[in-house]
Design a protein around this ligand. Structure first.
Ligand code: HEM
Length: 476
C-alpha cells in the first residue's frame, strides 16, 4: 500500500483566516473541562472525540483548549506545519519541571534543534551500540538461573537505562551513575500527570517525588564530576565534553543542573518508549504462539550462521520486524502528540486560532479501520508485501511523522531486535498471568505497562551465541 494521498490541501495556511471553530466534545465539566476523563480513560476520550466530531474536535484541559485532528489528511497538516506556526514547547507543561530551565521544552525552536542533534545517533555509531546493547542484556541475564520468573517491565526499564546511558552518553558514565538510577527515572516518568495542566508545581506527592528524583540525579552528576576532577581524569564521553566547554569569560558554559536536564531530555525520549515497546513486543508474541513459533524459527535459522546478536540486529529480521511493528501499532508508548498554535492554523473549513493547542492521537490513528483492516486484530503479516500497511506515513505513526518524526527510530528498532532476539533465543518464555491482565497504564502522560507483568522463563537447549567471538564482517 502506498502513502494515502491527501484529498485536501495538507499544507496549512500561515495567514490569519476565519474558518469555522472546531466543535467541542460533549462531557465538558466546569473549570476542569475534560481533564479528569483524560486522566481516567485517555484512549476512550480520544476515540470518543473522533466518533462525535469527525476529523476535527475540541477538548478542554483545565482551560487549555486542545483541538484534535483525525485521519491521514488532517494528521499530515499537523506533522508538516512549521515550528513557527505549531510549536512543541508550550504544549507539554508537565515536562518543564523534569527537564529544567533552558532545556528542550523551555528553549527556543533553534536551541531545541541543537540539543536534539545527538551525534551518537548517527549511522556510523550503530555497530558499537548494537554490541553495547548485547553486552548490557547479557550482563542482566547473568543473574538469571535455569528457570524462573521476572517482571518484564522492571527488567526492560532497568536494561534500557543502561543501554541509553551507555550508548548516548558514554560507557564510563553508565558505570559511574549507579544501579538504582532507573528508579529515579521511574519517579520522573510518574511525575507526568495530566493534572500538570492545572499547575505542574501543585503540592502533590507525585510532583514532590518527581522533584526529589531530579535533585538526586543532579547530585549524582555533581559527585561524578567532583570524582573526575579529583582524579584528574578527563573523559571523552558527552558528560566530559559538556563540562569542559567554556564561555568567553572562561567560565563553565553549562551548570551541572543544565547538563542533568540535557541528559534527562535525551534519555526521556528513548527510555520509557523503548522499555514499554520491548515489554509489549514480548507479551503479544507470547499471546500468539503461532507468531512466536514463526519468529523463533526465523531467529534460529538466521543465527545458524554463528554470528553474534550485534551483527544480526543490524540486518533485516523480517518476521520479528513485522511483530515489532504490530505491537507498536497496538501499544504505542506515546498516544497523544501536541503543539501550541503560534499562528492561526487552517485545516479544511476549520481555523484553530493562535493560543490554542492542536493534537494528534497516535493510538486512534493506528487503529483507523480504513488503513488497518480489522484494527483490533494482532496480525504482523499486515506489514508483509503486498499489504505493507506501515507504508502510510501519516496513518501508521508510532514514531510520529514529518519534521518531528522520532530521530531515534532506527536506534530503537535495532535495540528492540537485539533484546528480543537474545531473550527468545536463550529462553522459552510464557506468560505467568492471565493473558487479559497485561494492560497499559494510562494514568500518566507517559504510558506504562500495568504491573505486575510477570513472565516465566526456562533455558532452551539451543543457546544463542551473543558476544562477538571472532572478527565479523558487519553488514553495512
Ligand atoms: C520504541 C521507541 C520509540 C518510540 C515509539 C518513539 C516515538 C516518538 C514519537 C511519536 C516522536 C514524535 C514526537 C512529536 O511529534 O511530538 C518522537 C520524537 C523523538 N524521539 Fe522517539 N521514540 C522512540 C525511541 C526513541 C529513542 C531511542 C530516542 C533517542 C535515542 C528517541 C529520541 C527522540 C527525539 C529526540 C524526538 C524529538 C524529535 C523532534 O522533535 O524533532 N526516541 N519519538
Amino acid at each position: 500500500m502506498t502513502a494515502a494521498p491527501s484529498e485536501r490541501s495538507a499544507i496549512p495556511s500561515a495567514r490569519a483566516t476565519s474558518g469555522a471553530a472546531a466543535p467541542v466534545a460533549s462531557g465538558r465539566l466546569p473549570l476542569l473541562g475534560h481533564l479528569l476523563e483524560l486522566r481516567r480513560d485517555p484512549l476512550g476520550l480520544l476515540q470518543r472525540v473522533h466518533d462525535e466530531c469527525g476529523e476535527v474536535g475540541e477538548i478542554d484541559l483545565a482551560g487549555h483548549r486542545l483541538v484534535m485532528l483525525y485521519g491521514a489528511a488532517a494528521q499530515e497538516a499537523f506533522f508538516r506545519a512549521p515550528d513557527e506556526q505549531l510549536d512543541q514547547a508550550a504544549a507539554y507543561p508537565f515536562m518543564k519541571p523534569i527537564f529544567g530551565p533552558g532545556v528542550v521544552f523551555d528553549a527556543t525552536p533553534e536551541q531545541r534543534k541543537q540539543a536534539l542533534r545527538n551525534r551518537s545517533l548517527r549511522d556510523q555509531f550503530m555497530r558499537g551500540h548494537a554490541e553495547m546493547i548485547a553486552s548490557e542484556t547479557e550482563r542482566m541475564l547473568a543473574e538469571f538461573g535455569e528457570s524462573g520468573e521476572f517482571d518484564l517491565l522492571d527488567f526492560m526499564a532497568e536494561l534500557t537505562i543502561y543501554t541509553s546511558t551507555a550508548c548516548l552518553i558514554g560507557k564510563e558514565f553508565r558505570d559511574e551513575l549507579g544501579r538504582d538510577v532507573y528508579a529515579l527515572f521511574y519517579e520522573l516518568e510518574r511525575g507526568t500527570d495530566a493534572i500538570a495542566y492545572v499547575n505542574p508545581n501543585l503540592p502533590l506527592p507525585i510532583f514532590r517525588r518527581r522533584d526529589r528524583a531530579r535533585r538526586e540525579l543532579v547530585s549524582r552528576l555533581e559527585a561524578i564530576f567532583a570524582r573526575r576532577e579529583r582524579a584528574g581524569s578527563s573523559t571523552e564521553d558527552l558528560f566530559g565534553v559538556l563540562r569542559r566547554l567554556r564561555d568567553a569569560e572562561g567560565r563553565p558554559r553549562f551548570s551541572t543542573d543544565t547538563i542533568t536536564g540535557m541528559f534527562i531530555s535525551m534519555m526521556f525520549a528513548g527510555h520509557h518508549t523503548t522499555s514499554v515497546s520491548a515489554s509489549w513486543a514480548l507479551i503479544e508474541l507470547l499471546r500468539h504462539p503461532d507468531w512466536l513459533r514463526r519468529v523463533v524459527g526465523e531467529l534460529d535459522t538466521l543465527f545458524a550462521d554463528g554470528r553474534s546478536v550485534s551483527y544480526q540486529a543490524l540486518r533485516e529480521i523480517p518476521l520479528l520486524e513485522c511483530a515489532l511493528k504490530e505491537s507498536l501499532r497496538l501499544h504505542p508508548p506515546l498516544i497523544l502528540l501536541m503543539r501550541k498554535v503560534i499562528q492561526d492554523f487552517q485545516y479544511a473549513r476549520f481555523t484553530v486560532p493562535a493560543g490554542r493547542n492542536v493534537g494528534v492521537s497516535i493510538a486512534v490513528s493506528n487503529r483507523m479501520p480504513e488503513h488497518f483492516p480489522e484494527p483490533e486484530r494482532y496480525d504482523p503479516s499486515r506489514y508483509l508485501a503486498p499489504r505493507q500497511e506501515d507504508a502510510q506515513p501519516f496513518a501508521w505513526i508510532p514514531f510520529g511523522a514529518g519534521r518531528h518524526r522520532c530521530v531515534g527510530a532506527a536506534f530503537a528498532m535495532m535495540q528492540l531486535k537485539a533484546i528480543v532476539s537474545i531473550l527468545l533465543r536463550r529462553y522459552e518464555l510464557e506468560l505467568a498471568q492471565p493473558s487479559e491482565s497485561y494492560t497499559n497504564d494510562h494514568s500518566k502522560m507517559v504510558v506504562s505497562v500495568r504491573q505486575p507483568c510477570r513472565v516465566r522463563y526456562r533455558r532452551r537447549a539451543v543457546s544463542a551465541p551473543t558476544a562477538r567471538s571472532h572478527q565479523e564482517e558487519l553488514p553495512a
